[in-house]
Ligand binder design. Structure first.
Ligand code: TRP
Length: 333
């Protein structure tokens, strides 16, 4: 059986990069996999959070999953902290994880400051919790972006270490589902930087709550160069801003970049940008509407999340019992 687990941190202001880089593929995977999608609030608190904003961001992120097309009758959508087996397994996996493996994690190195003694255990252990998120479902596949590949490799290493220690084959080694060429959506102001909610200028991104006029304005103002669009991918790659807009168009229309380029080679941006706006609005407007609708009815979101957590708890408690049995932890016979 093929099972997917993936998660995203709760953030307000989800943007086109989140949709095209992750959510769109999650939606597609529902066809072929049993899917579990969570909002990873326990990962979020590895850096300081405002409690009120965090609560709101969790619901907003869940709303975005649904608005993007996660079908909650088919897939399980839940909040990580509502399924306690994640953290219980994280402890167990910590007993299988050498410090040297964690010391190699580039994300920790990037996020941590100069003074090692001030770093928090939670931030350091973040990848172990992520491994537990995945392994508690015995997931076989994990859709991840480039920046999480190392954490998935570590997950495989930890799973293998557990299997070896206990002479079992309990955990499948999860395969990365590396996302297609749409995975990297860049800032509209700088084609070499990822689109991000933390970039100061709102013109750098298309938010999933932007209306049609705002989308049009942002693409109009998006940085480009004076040249018309080239006719080869090789030429395109030398022009990050142009490449980004073509990538976005291709991802929104499920076409390849080469195919889009064939249509627009030689065109000026004054022609291409309105076409891009049109496909973006057509795709995003129904999502935006759905998202607003959901956010106006948080009780509805909560009902969905309660149901998801119940389902996730049933499966993970069963797995946890099996894992405890393998390890020799006490459980009622
Ligand atoms: N660390 C991931 C990120 O920041 C989020 C995450 C947590 C995740 N647990 C996961 C992704 C399990 C995939 C599977 O993007």
């Amino acid at each position: 059986m093929r099972r997917i687990l993936s998660g995203m941190q709760p953030t307000g202001n989800l943007h086109l990069g989140n949709y095209l880089g992750a959510l769109k593929n999650w939606v597609k995977m529902q066809r072929d996999y049993e899917c579990y999608y969570c909002v990873v609030d326990l990962h979020a608190i590895t850096v300081p959070q405002d409690p009120q904003k965090l609560k709101q961001a969790v619901r907003e992120t869940a709303a975005a999953y649904i608005a993007a097309g996660i079908d909650t009758n088919k897939s399980t959508l839940f909040v990580q902290s509502a399924v306690s087996a994640h953290t219980e397994l994280a402890w167990i996996l910590a007993t299988q994880t050498p410090l040297g493996w964690l010391n190699r994690m580039t994300q920790f190195k990037e996020k941590s400051g100069k003074n090692r003694d001030l770093e928090l255990l939670g931030l350091y252990a973040y990848p172990v919790l992520m491994a537990a998120d995945i392994l508690i479902y015995r997931a076989t596949h994990v859709p991840v972006g480039e920046d999480q590949k190392q954490h998935l490799e570590l997950t495989r290493d930890i799973a293998a270490a557990f299997n070896r220690s206990y002479n079992s084959e309990y955990f499948p080694l999860p395969e990365p589902q590396i996302l297609g060429e749409a995975a990297r959506v860049m800032s509209l102001r700088d084609g070499t930087k990822k689109m991000s909610k933390s970039e100061e200028s709102d013109y750098s991104r298309i938010n999933l709550t932007d209306d049609a006029d705002t989308i049009a304005l942002k693409f109009k103002k998006a940085k480009t160069d004076p040249e018309p669009l080239p006719d080869t991918l090789a030429e395109l790659q030398k022009r990050p801003e142009a490449d980004n807009l073509i990538t976005i168009y291709a991802a929104l229309t499920d076409r390849s970049r080469a195919d889009v380029l064939k249509e627009y080679a030689g065109s000026q941006f004054s022609k291409f940008k309105p076409a891009l706006t049109e496909v973006a609005v057509a795709k995003l407007a129904p999502m935006t509407t759905k998202m607003r609708q959901l956010l106006n009815d948080p009780a509805e979101i909560d009902q969905i999340l309660i149901r998801g957590a119940e389902h996730a708890n049933t499966l993970t408690q069963k797995h946890l019992r099996e894992i405890k049995d393998i390890i020799g932890l006490w459980s009622v016979m």
